[in-house]
Design a protein around this ligand. Structure first.
Ligand code: AMP
Ligand code: GLY
Length: 438
């Protein structure tokens, strides 16, 4: 079966690499892809929102299934367009993708489904939000030290949630989203919610809308610098499994989060099929859902797929056909995996592209190491940087520290002008364990 993968990040390279191991796969196309997918598969020069171009390509090239990586095409309705053209596609419909595309929609579903989440209110204008703030939290009762989270309703490349620790910050956040339109139309509605405290974990599940297959927990590292300092990024590394999530918690998340959400989506005639990614905060009152994503996380996908032994194409096909129930349990490598993101100088701020990268082959030659490309492209035979997050160097090891050591051994083989990475990916696994013991 020929497969088309949509996207150009580390997640899509990992999907292509894993699908290439299937005994049933034919040609793998990646649109638009990166240098890594170009070397291992066939890149197609089409943008992720060129639905006409992509459906024409899929038909001409006898594509049996299309796998959509990023949220933007999903929220724009790529799955509906493919289905209308009679093409099989892995990823939720436009209606179901609102779980990520609209925080108000997500909050409404969570509330209807009785899934624990932060208390919230939504507003159609900055004025309404300000009025609420004034009436609900009067200055004479609550003073200046008020902690709330202000969010743009729509997609904002992970930047639309502003965690505020004072009244001044809240008022500023409302204005940035609702008046200055810092996140464009994503700010047409504003959500204000209580600020929660606790450790964050990502738990992903694959569902066909009826059966739910939960994947091992992974932990992202959102902050740019070591010890979770510095500005937020798309994710500087991840590891899997996350020891802070034990079997009881996994069971709880299945029962109290995934099952009611998937049922609520079905009941509201917006059947959810694809990857459901729950961002959770483990609060003293129990876990609460911070957000849903409707796709694999990037970089969480890289360490996750490194451990998957089951044929991913079979899982994808069973999901698309609504037959997940018939699939055997997924098999996982017992060894943990760690993915270290190597980034361009300046990221997540301004950075330059086009730096020649060396040492990828030497890194890949290490045992149980795979270098997934993200922001790279091929230029006159060289692999050059072409984005903020450039590579996801991923390794398996008998323990998390061994996987970490191997990943960083591989990182040291790779060079380009300005390359950098966090040095503490996966150390969190141990802080959490220590905290629990202490
Ligand atoms: P979101 O876009 O909703 O996932 O939020 C992005 C990040 O903001 C999360 O990963 C959290 O670190 C933080 N965040 C979001 N909502 C809350 C909340 N209610 N309380 C505390 N932190 C939050
Ligand atoms: N790693 C976080 C995300 O993919 O949204």
């Amino acid at each position: 079966m020929n497969v088309l993968i949509i996207g150009n990040g580390g997640r899509e390279h990992a999907l292509a690499w894993k699908i290439a191991q299937s005994k049933d796969v034919g040609d793998i196309f990646v649109a638009p892809g990166n240098a890594g997918t170009g070397q291992e598969c066939q890149n197609v020069d089409l943008a992720v929102d060129d639905f006409q171009g992509l459906t024409d390509f899929a038909k001409k090239n006898n594509v049996g299934v299309t796998v959509v990586g990023p949220e933007v095409p999903l929220c724009l309705g790529i799955s509906d367009v493919f289905q209308k053209e009679g093409l099989r596609v892995f990823g939720p419909s436009k209606a179901a993708a609102q779980l990520e595309g609209s925080k108000v929609f997500c909050k409404d579903i969570l509330t209807h489904a009785n899934v624990p989440t932060a208390n919230y209110q939504s507003f159609r204008s900055a004025e309404d939000a300000e009025l609420y703030l004034k009436n609900r939290y009067p200055e004479e009762d609550h003073g200046q030290d008020l902690a709330l989270v202000v969010k743009a309703d729509g997609l904002a490349a992970g930047k639309g949630a502003i965690v505020c620790n004072s009244r001044v910050e809240i008022v500023e956040a409302i204005s940035r989203i609702g008046r200055d339109k810092e996140f464009g139309d994503a700010g047409n509605k504003i959500v204000i919610e209580e600020k929660l405290a606790g450790a964050e974990v990502s738990i992903l599940a694959i569902t066909d809308g009826r059966t739910i297959v939960t994947l091992p927990p992974a932990q992202d590292h959102k902050a740019a610098n070591d010890n979770d300092l510095g500005p937020n990024t798309g994710g500087m590394g991840a590891y899997c499994p996350a020891p802070s999530v034990d079997e009881d918690l996994m069971y709880w998340v299945e029962e109290k989060v995934f099952v009611p959400t998937v049922h609520a989506m079905k009941r509201s005639r917006q059947l959810f099929s694809g990857v459901l990614y729950a961002g959770l905060m483990l609060t003293p009152q129990g876990p609460k859902v911070l957000e849903y994503n409707v796709r694999f996380g990037d970089p969480e996908c890289q360490p996750l797929l490194m451990r998957l032994k089951t044929d991913l194409l079979h899982v994808i096909n069973a999901t698309v056909d609504g037959k997940l129930e018939e699939l055997d349990s997924l098999e996982w490598d017992a060894r943990p995996s760690v993915c270290v993101v190597m980034a361009s100088e300046g990221y997540p701020g301004k950075y330059e592209n086009g730096k020649v990268i060396s040492g990828i082959d030497e890194a890949n030659a290490l045992e149980d190491v795979k270098v997934f490309h993200a922001g790279t492209k091929l230029l006159s035979g060289d692999v050059v940087s072409n984005g903020g997050r450039v590579l996801g160097v991923t390794a398996l090891g008998d323990t998390i520290p061994e996987a970490k050591l191997r990943a960083y051994q591989a990182v040291r083989k790779i060079r380009w002008d300005g390359a950098w990475c966090r040095k503490d990916i996966s150390d969190k696994a141990f802080y959490v364990v220590e905290e629990e013991i202490g």
